[in-house]
Write a protein that binds this ligand. Structure first.
Ligand code: PGA
Length: 901
């Protein structure tokens, strides 16, 4: 809002100053005047340099940052890293204020009010929105993809600082100046004195605990509230939950040897404990509240029956049917807790009862209470805590989040090969061509005979994978069909990759030869290289020509397909990946439509632009026409989880934005089809040229891998201990085998941000500028791509990148490759400016521009320290403090850049 911007900016600056000032005081008191002075001098030099870039400013900064003692370097890195964390608090609060005021002004289409107003302006009715949402599935899927560098202890401190400032917005007593100062000082001291970097590695159980803590603390509250709100807005009290939270932790074993059957069991027991504890507490609270006496009110016969069947014999409650019914419900829940988690409930019931056989029975009991209350007392009980509890059960059941399974197609092929060989069916499955594989798999799927024998000998890999699938079958039996619905196959390039999954499911009794449609798990391809995306249409066609796969798709009315943003980017460049994902989505829709099922796209994306990051709302709206249609799944990973779902009100805003985006994309689709027809040929030409330029550099330039390994902190990132899985899928050093996350993170740290833009400049050369401008103005697909690219380019800094290049031992190589990077950077920047008609990057996004400018001066010193320490370490200095300083600096740069992983 241009009119309110200066005031909003002032407030942000004021808070940054307040928190920065407090940090300064703490540093002086805790670490001494000397470090304080040095940090302050560096800060001022960096701010001055960024305000007026020029050789003098940069020389001063360099002077201050060279020849640091180790203690000074580590202290400096720690100071700027903590500062970035605190600045994020102020920035997030400014974001919340902006969202609130824009919502109040009705200016945001990504809110329920905004979306419904847009729909109505487009002539769509509430009835249509209701119908769409009643068949919708909108699913953020929480994964443990390792790009979150902040420890939980750090996130908790940041939240505490944010809470203190929030209290001031409410004018709480806690905001009296001395109370606030004391509170902030305490939190800042703790934050300053908290190790920012992990010293021990994460294990899968840690990752499960993290996901469950978000589910428990945020989603349990927010998702039911959101459902109730949309039900009210749409006048649809029975609207089924359309938001479904998904999870990967404990089910995704692609390249993570640490995920086994026990991890999968823990991935169910841990959330079950959390959700049942929540239900037990809620039922207990209702019991305390609902003291209505049977002698004073009318109750329904069903409630009477429930109360009479209760094991609660207390004479005090003899005339209190609601309480007696709730005691019985509590006892059954308590038994359910023991049954599902193997542990007694924290506060066991005083009498025994049968466990519920599923959430439906629990919900039915709650509905008896609600119906009776409403029948006798009307609306007083329509929107109460019981209604909230029922909505919670609707959304979360006893399993809380639907867990996906994921494995790499190569692993499946080996296991199927092992099973077939040992059973004497086929001596060398790997040697078969695709048609022969499909034939063999179809034959096996049609026979009742299993392949596995408990008396035979298999590879450890086969036994491990089989044990995981056995545990999956147990979970389905215990938690019901929503516990696991999909098995994703990474690096799918053929239909046999998916039939292999059905065969493995058959081995554990989940797929039946005589009733394929009853298979509770659907095999879903993950297309993630450019070639595989281009071949997505024939691969899916071939798959759905198989009766087994078609039967599963038909019975659920949907075929899910996952598309991978990061690996396709690593394979072919940002522009190419974005366009090929778009084209594959359109092709996949044709295929599913031709067999009469719906397409459910699952977008595998991360926070960084090079991994598909950017606004989810804009992302959903830039999808090809018809591909959303009420169904979308999106991965939420790493730092994105805390940023988007760290607090209930922010989480609510993000869930609403996803819902609003889905509604608008489905009911008022932007004219993508028409624009793809008009500009598709140009987009294809751009994409081909971008990939050519990108691959020429990354895969065809001799020495590029050496440059990458020397001019980025890739080796040091592997030591960050931010995830339970290794950074490479294999032991090779090839870029192809490196996981996309460390690839992107390394380029962010060295401020090149290559995966976010490289190739665009070459692609645009020689194209008709007028058409490109029209594309940017009219076509959401192209506009979103450009905006994301501009944002990430504004965080790049080729001057800093050049300093990283000085780390390369072969300086001739460094000059060649850095020269190529710089040349493409210049081309790309010129191209973007020519298209946007601006003179600076982000010229059309002034708010974002201001935010980025505010923080970059604090990131730059961290880059300098990082480079200096990496130089020392590579020169043989093995002092553990050097390593610590590097990791701290990586941590701080990631915090400062925000969406870098
Ligand atoms: P993956 O994820 O390596 O687990 O396939 C890639 C990503 O999310 O960037």
């Amino acid at each position: 809002m241009p009119t309110t911007q200066p005031a909003a900016d002032d407030r942000l600056r004021e808070e940054v100053r307040l928190l920065g000032g407090m940090l300064g005081e703490v540093i002086r008191a805790e670490a001494g005047q000397d470090l304080y002075d040095r940090i302050e001098a560096v800060r001022q030099a960096s701010v001055a340099y960024h305000r007026h870039p020029g050789a003098r400013g940069s020389a001063e900064l360099e002077r201050l940052l060279t020849d640091l003692s180790l203690d000074q370097a580590v202290g400096l890195a720690h100071g700027f890293a903590v500062f970035s964390l605190l600045a994020n608090v102020a920035e997030d609060r400014a974001g919340k204020r902006r969202a609130r005021s824009q919502t109040a002004e009705g200016a945001r289409p990504d809110t329920p009010e905004g979306a419904l107003a847009r729909l109505s302006a487009a002539g769509r009715t509430v009835e249509e929105a209701r119908t769409l949402l009643s068949g919708a599935l909108i699913s953020p899927v929480l994964t443990a993809h390792p790009s979150e560098v902040r420890r939980k202890s750090v996130l908790d401190r940041i939240a505490a600082v944010s809470d203190l400032l929030d209290a001031c917005d409410r004018d709480d007593l806690a905001c009296a100046p001395d109370v606030l100062t004391a509170g902030l000082r305490r939190q800042t001291v703790i934050l300053w004195a908290t190790r920012l970097v992990r010293t021990t590695g994460l294990v899968v159980q840690d990752e499960i605990d993290t996901v469950v803590s978000f589910l428990e603390r945020v989603f349990l509250k927010v998702a039911p509230e959101q459902l109730i709100d949309w039900r009210r807005r749409l006048g649809a009290p029975e609207l089924a939950p359309f938001i479904r939270i998904g999870a990967w932790v404990g089910g995704d074993r692609d390249g993570n040897p640490n995920v086994d059957a026990d991890a999968l069991r823990a991935a169910f027991a841990t959330p079950a404990r959390a959700v049942l504890r929540h239900y037990l507490e809620a039922v207990n609270a209702l019991g305390a509240e609902l003291s209505l006496s049977g002698s004073l009110v009318r109750i329904s016969p069903e409630l009477r029956q429930l109360a009479d069947a209760s094991g609660d014999g207390s004479p005090h409650r003899a005339d209190e049917p609601y309480r007696r019914a709730l005691s019985q419900i509590y006892a059954r829940l308590s038994a359910t807790h023991s049954h599902l988690t193997g542990q007694t409930a924290p506060r066991p019931a005083p009498f025994a009862a049968l466990a519920y056989d599923g959430p439906a029975a629990f919900r039915a009991d709650l509905a008896v209470l609600q119906d009776s209350l409403i029948a006798s007392h009307g609306q007083a009980f329509a929107d109460d805590s019981l209604a909230h509890l029922i909505a919670t059960v609707d959304v979360f059941g006893f399993h809380m989040a639907t867990l996906d399974l994921r494995q790499n197609s190569d692993v499946h092929a080996r296991i199927v090969g092992d099973l077939l060989r040992v059973a004497g069916v086929c001596p060398d499955y790997a040697a078969l061509d695709e048609e022969a594989r499909l034939d063999l798999l179809a034959r096996e799927l049609a026979t009742p005979r299993p392949l596995f024998s408990p008396y035979a000998i298999y590879t450890a890999e086969t036994l491990k994978e089989r044990a995981i699938l056995v545990a999956a079958a147990e979970a389905l039996a215990q938690f019901g069909p929503d516990a696991i619905r999909t098995h994703i196959v990474s690096k799918t390039d053929a239909a046999s990759d998916l039939l292999e999954v059905y065969l493995l499911l058959k081995e554990v009794g989940l797929y039946r030869h005589d009733d394929p449609a009853a298979c509770p798990i659907q095999a879903a391809p993950l297309f993630e290289t450019i070639d595989d995306l281009r071949a997505a249409r024939p691969t899916l066609e071939r798959l759905l020509a198989e009766p087994s796969a078609l039967a599963v798709a038909r019975v659920r009315g949907v075929q899910e397909v996952m598309i991978g943003y990061s690996d396709s980017n690593k394979d072919g460049s940002y522009l190419t990946s974005t366009w090929e994902l778009h084209e594959a989505s359109r092709a996949l829709l044709d295929v599913t439509e031709s067999v009469g099922v719906r397409l459910q796209l699952f977008h595998g994306r991360g926070g960084a632009v090079g991994r598909g990051g950017g606004s989810s709302f804009a992302g959903v709206l830039s999808q090809p026409t018809g591909t959303v249609a009420g169904r979308i799944r999106i991965t939420e990973q790493g730092e994105v989880i805390a940023n988007k779902y760290g607090e209930p009100d922010v989480a609510r805003r993000n869930l609403d934005a996803l819902t609003a985006g889905t509604l608008l994309a489905s009911l008022t689709p932007p004219p993508d089809e028409r624009l793809s027809a008009v500009h598709g040929a140009t987009a294809t030409a751009l994409s081909l040229a971008s990939m050519k330029a990108y691959r020429a550099l990354v895969y065809e330039t001799p020495g590029f891998v050496d440059y990458f390994r020397a001019a980025t902190p890739i080796a040091e990132i592997a030591e960050l201990k931010i995830g339970s899985r290794p950074t490479s899928r294999t032991a090779s050093t090839a870029i192809e085998d490196l996981r996309a996350i460390p690839w992107v993170l390394s380029w962010s740290q060295s401020r090149v941000m290559l995966p976010g833009w490289f190739g665009f400049g070459s692609a645009v050369e020689g194209q008709d500028l007028k058409e490109l401008r029209t594309m940017a103005a009219d076509w959401p697909f192209f506009r979103t791509l450009l905006q994301n690219m501009e944002m990430i380019m504004a965080k790049a800094d080729m001057t800093i990148a050049r300093r990283y290049a000085s780390l390369v031992p072969d300086q001739a190589l460094a000059a060649t490759i850095f020269g190529a990077l710089q040349a493409e950077w210049d081309r790309t920047r010129d191209a973007v400016l020519a298209i946007t008609g601006q003179t600076e990057l982000l010229g059309g996004q002034p708010e974002l521009d201001r935010l980025i400018r505010l923080r970059m001066p604090y990131v730059e010193p961290l880059n300098h320290v990082q480079i200096e320490l990496i130089r020392r370490r590579r020169a043989g200095d093995d002092d553990p403090r050097v390593r610590e300083g590097i990791l701290l600096a990586i941590n701080g740069v990631a915090a400062g850049l925000r969406n870098s992983g």
